[in-house]
Design a protein around this ligand. Structure first.
Ligand SMILES: [Zn+2]
Length: 89
């Protein structure tokens, strides 16, 4: 009868040990910013938002490439690029 208690305690210890081992491998996600931290973000000239150049709609204008948070803003920019570029300076 004492054996079953010992076995139970040992099994519990193993489970707890494995549990802490596992959680230590996972960094707390709250502190880590997005995985995009390594990516250089571009500024959307229409709204000033930062956008990911890998996925954002883009337009080339006057030798520069501009990125947008959505295709609607890209269209607005194409209609009147000067309006947005002047606001920037
Ligand atoms: Zn935008």
């Amino acid at each position: 009868m004492a054996w079953t208690k010992l076995m139970g305690a040992a099994a519990l210890g193993v489970v707890l040990g494995l549990g802490t081992g596992c959680t230590q491998d996972e960094p707390p996600t709250a502190m880590a910013p997005a995985t995009d931290a390594a990516v250089e973000m571009e500024v959307d000239p229409v709204c000033g938002m930062r956008v990911d150049p890998r996925t954002a709609p883009k337009v080339e204008h006057a030798g520069k490439t501009y990125y947008f948070c959505d295709p609607g803003e890209k269209a607005d920019f194409e209609k009147d690029p000067e309006k947005y570029l002047k606001r920037d300076e």
